[in-house]
Design a protein around this ligand. Structure first.
Ligand code: ADP
Ligand code: MG
Length: 598
């Protein structure tokens, strides 16, 4: 008896199917790719029970003839490639002709499709890979394919599907990626009858991001315009989030290589490294990077699901990503700095321009790295890789980080505004007001529901217009949450009876008037948003009022306390208004200016 047996075709197909589709999100990916390959400009995606029950994709692409509607389910049937040599040249997603047969082998499929020139469409129904009916059917031009009961005949696979929530998240992720990649295509996504996305065609990536999430993320995005490396062999465009935005997972990082979404650890690590001065450990940015390289320099097809990618020169790509991110963030920050100085805070102008002598130095200021100044990050040097073998070797340069406390010495206060610190990397300038503002703001946010109010010995009366006094009275609850006790005193007066400890010496008139204007300005927002906006603004304003000012002289003790507090504070990189709290003038830059170093 021979030991070798030929597997029955349907068993072989089930096994092969596992390579192409191992979860509902892969099915969605394959089917949407087919729609895009067919030139669809409108794609409807209908999901039920996280794709376990139904995945249906309706497109307005080219459609298929009656013959192709059956042929497409045969192994290696593809309209996109005829020979192996062509593989590297093709611009479409598909080429193996194995997605549809693989999907059909492990589910029940109903396909309805029609080409533009055909009078009638066709409807083909398959059960676990076998065509059980094929007939003429009414259809508009395009393709409507429904995949039901995925893996119903492969119990092992079925068992390995994750919870609905997890599988759904994977599907949403795939759809988001397509939406970002094809902003000119109208994409609708439904889950259990509920519309999740309705992304109208657009020409702006940032607008597409707004369609997919909320406007706050879109507002945080900095567009990247066609950035290339020195030899012009790689280019990057897209958008990355600014230094304010962060989240605890990498789910908002999308990287595309030659228009294909890839999941590549090296590339996302390079992106995250670009944020190393900006985001705390464990926090991640949002990004959408489109990398273009000569197709000969990259192999996207090494993975059956085509998500992985291998570069001939990985280091070139990772370096460009990291540098692009770093430079973009720096430029954005200094742009913002200038804006704040000239528009929003004329009084602080002196405080936020470096002194003229420093300005003339024309040094490149690097955002202050509190992490580095508090916790020393020692990176283990990686051996230099000779240029010639560069192409064979993967970039393994992810540094091992060893943490130890980095000492700093307070040099003193400069211009009654900045605290100067000596540190191994260079000279740090901390903006005392911005830093203190951030410290207080974070403290206020944390103690949101336990603000201790102090009864004022001499209650403070503020005269407003009667409409304003009434407005304050109506919203007295907002103030109360922040520890400010306000009552109506007369028709056009209010009285402050109690305030939080920090504020007791400050003037309230400004603060109250400011809140009146916000209440008026944001009145049209929906209730929830109105309250979060006002609370957020009030908190920032209180922090601003209570913080030390530019021009306040600080004792050694006060400076020490402030720096100690700052190192413990979240989001310490910027003040609540987005200005930086500190800058590093690196020793290297200083020595270069004095021509001690090149
Ligand atoms: P591939 O995409 O690798 O060619 P598939 O199994 O995904 O393999 O699809 C097989 C063939 O079926 C495609 O080459 C294409 O001709 C046809 N096809 C599949 N989906 C569609 C669609 N949505 N619109 C038009 N043609 C399609
Ligand atoms: Mg395909």
């Amino acid at each position: 008896m021979p030991k070798i047996k030929k597997l029955p075709l349907h068993e072989a197909q089930k096994i092969a199917a596992g390579e192409v589709v191992d979860r509902p999100a892969n099915v969605v990916k394959e089917l949407v790719e087919n729609s895009l390959d067919a030139g669809a400009t409108h794609i409807g995606i209908y999901i039920e029970q996280a794709g376990k029950k139904l995945i249906r994709i309706v497109d307005n692409g080219l459609g298929m003839s009656a013959e192709d509607a059956q042929l497409c389910f045969e192994q290696h049937a593809t309209s996109k490639i005829a020979s192996v040599e062509e593989i590297h040249k093709i611009a479409t997603f598909g080429f193996r002709g194995e997605a549809l047969p693989s999907i059909a082998a492990v589910s029940s499929v109903t396909l309805i499709t029609k080409e533009a020139d055909d009078e009638h469409g066709s409807k083909v129904i398959l059960e676990h890979g076998n065509i059980i009916s094929s007939e003429v059917a009414a259809s508009t031009t395009g393709t409507d394919i429904a995949v039901q009961n995925l893996f119903s005949n492969v119990p092992a696979r079925k068992k390995f599907m994750k919870s609905d929530e997890t599988e759904w998240r994977a599907i949403a992720n795939v759809v988001q990626a397509f939406c970002l990649d094809y902003i000119n295509v109208h994409v609708k996504l439904f889950h259990d009858g509920k519309q999740i996305y309705n992304c109208h065609p657009t020409t702006s990536l940032v607008e597409r991001i707004a369609q997919l999430s909320d406007s706050s993320l879109a507002q945080a995005m900095i567009p990247l315009e066609n950035i290339t490396n020195k030899d012009q062999s790689i280019s990057i465009e897209g958008a990355i989030s600014n230094h304010h935005y962060s989240r605890y997972d990498r789910n908002n990082i999308f990287i595309f290589v030659n228009k294909r979404w890839v999941k590549n650890h090296q590339l996302s690590s390079a992106l995250i490294k670009g944020y190393s001065n900006v985001l705390q450990a464990g926090k991640y940015p949002a990004a959408c990077l489109f990398i273009t390289v000569d197709p000969a320099q990259v192999d996207i097809n090494i993975h059956p699901r085509k998500e992985e990618v291998q570069f001939l020169h990985p280091i070139k790509v990772t370096t460009l990503i990291q540098e692009t991110v770093k430079k973009t963030l720096e430029e954005n920050l200094s742009r913002q700095l200038k804006k704040t100085v000239t528009l929003a805070a004329p009084k602080l102008e002196a405080a936020f321009h470096p002194a003229p002598s420093l300005q003339n130095l024309d040094v490149r200021f690097t955002p202050f790295d509190f992490e580095a100044f508090h916790v020393r990050q020692t990176t283990v040097q990686t051996a230099k890789i000779p240029a010639k073998v560069d192409q064979e070797i993967e970039d393994h340069s992810t540094p091992i980080v060893v943490s130890e406390v980095e000492p700093y010495r307070i040099i003193g206060q400069y211009h009654k505004t900045y605290i100067l610190l000596e540190q191994e990397e260079g000279l740090f300038l901390v903006d005392q007001h911005a830093a203190h503002e951030r410290i207080l703001y974070e403290q206020f946010s944390q103690r949101f529901d336990e603000v201790t109010a102090v009864k004022l010995l001499f209650p403070h009366i503020i005269t407003l217009q009667s409409g304003e006094a009434e407005l304050i009275e109506r919203h007295a609850e907002i103030f109360k949450i922040h520890g400010i006790d306000i009552e109506r005193f007369s028709d056009n007066q209010i009285i402050i009876q109690a305030t939080p400890v920090h504020l007791k010496n400050s003037s309230f008139d400004d603060l109250i008037r400011q809140v009146v204007s916000w209440i008026q300005e944001y009145a049209s927002l929906d209730k929830q948003l109105f309250f979060t906006t006002i609370h957020e603004k009030l908190r920032a304003q209180m922090a601003c009022k209570a913080a030390v000012k530019a021009g306040d002289e600080l004792s050694q003790e006060k400076m020490e306390q402030l720096l100690r507090d700052l190192t413990k504070t979240a989001n310490r990189f910027t003040c609540p208004h987005g200005r930086p709290t500190g800058w590093l003038l690196s020793l290297h830059e200083i020595e270069k200016k004095f021509k001690r170093k090149l």
